[in-house]
Ligand binder design. Structure first.
Ligand code: AHG
Ligand code: MN
Ligand code: MN
Length: 339
């Protein structure tokens, strides 16, 4: 039995010394961990103990069918964060507007955005799903309510970011700008234990991950890139392997550990997805921060994701993310898209 067990709580405290934090960030991360443990428990028993599967019958701001677990997870993260006095405003995929702190609770110096349940269409078919979060320091004056300006900060300003993947095991991966570490939930102890220290993404992979059903709607350079990966013309001199789970967190996590490239490019056919499907604030930015911290890269095909100045809470971006050399190579092909 390894007696050098590093719990997530211990890791957070050790990280905190690095940025002489007052413990605010640690308190926020601890609450996210709490909510993630509750979601993990629901996911593990979904469909057995209570009516947590299925659709709510309503649609969210994205115009997408809302699953019961989307709503449950959304309320869980909001209620785990709004009372601790460390947060001044939140944004969620499931909430049309910014989430302000109720008047009875103090406001803090941090901003949290999250996708409470990523991969919703996979909930009912027992496929891996996740949660994605990003944490900023506020830019508005301290004390009062957070503002839209607090929420619309570029990813470069992220203070911390992470995701949870609910699968054969529940793993939490996070960064505060000092590398990327992964923790596995030990259900017998109820704690996340360091299982993937100092994750680094291979410079080049041999896996590509994309929904090829959209191929006819991709621009020229994008189609040519995918054709190139499927040929012996690429640097591997043989076709890449295709892997697509349909939950961003799961596809990203595999590429983070094994190397590879995930693509959700702009789609010229779907008026809802002219700039891609994935959302900048709570999907692309947090994962782009993690990717770059692990030696990878994330791009729209034309610019780094982290450099984008957001203009709205739910804006979508093309997301090309993964092994740095693969993403840079895609950017070469994407230049043809503007011909
Ligand atoms: P969410 O469930 O939070 O809406 O996210 C779903 C996203 C992402 O997880 C995944 O990569 C993508 O949708 C899959 O989209 P397609 O089904 O169009 O391939
Ligand atoms: Mn999502
Ligand atoms: Mn979601």
């Amino acid at each position: 039995m390894n007696d050098k067990i590093i719990s997530l709580d211990r890791h957070i405290i050790e990280e905190q010394h690095r940025y002489s934090g007052r413990g605010d960030f640690s308190a926020i991360l601890s609450q996210i961990v709490f909510a993630a443990k509750v979601v993990a428990a629901q996911v593990a028993h979904a469909g057995i103990v209570e009516d947590i599967l299925g659709k709510t019958g309503s649609k969210n701001i994205q115009g997408e069918e809302v699953q019961k677990l989307d709503v449950y997870a959304n309320r869980l993260f909001i209620n785990a964060l709004n009372y601790i006095g460390k947060v001044c405003v939140m944004a969620s995929e499931e909430e049309k507007d910014m989430i302000l702190i109720p008047p009875e609770f103090p406001r803090g110096d941090y901003v949290v955005m999250f996708d409470p349940l990523d991969g919703s269409t996979n909930i009912d078919v027992n496929v891996s799903i996740g949660t994605i979060f990003g944490i900023y320091r506020r830019v508005s004056p301290p004390g009062g309510d957070g503002t839209l300006e607090d929420c619309l900060q570029p990813g470069r300003k992220l203070f911390g970011a992470g995701y949870v993947i609910y699968s054969s095991s529940t793993i939490l991966v996070y960064t505060t700008g000092n590398g990327v570490n992964g923790f596995s939930l030990d259900p017998s102890v109820g704690e996340f234990i360091l299982s993937h220290p100092n994750i680094t993404m291979p410079r080049r992979g041999k896996i590509y991950s994309t929904n090829e059903g959209n191929y006819p709607y991709w621009k020229k350079g994008t189609r040519e890139y995918i054709d190139y990966l499927k040929s012996d013309r690429n640097t591997k001199k043989e076709p890449y392997t295709s892997r697509y789970i349909g939950s961003l967190v799961a596809d990203f996590h595999r590429n983070l550990l094994k190397g590879g490239i995930f693509l959700y490019p702009e789609d010229t056919n779907d008026p809802k997805k002219p700039t891609g499907k994935l959302r900048l604030l709570y999907e692309a930015n947090p994962l782009a921060f993690i990717a770059e911290q692990a030696g990878g890269y994330a791009s729209t095909g034309y610019e780094p994701i982290l450099d984008i100045k957001p203009t709205s809470l739910h804006q979508r971006v093309p997301l090309i993310i993964g092994s740095k050399d693969d993403v840079l190579e895609y950017e070469e092909f994407a230049k043809k898209n503007n011909e």
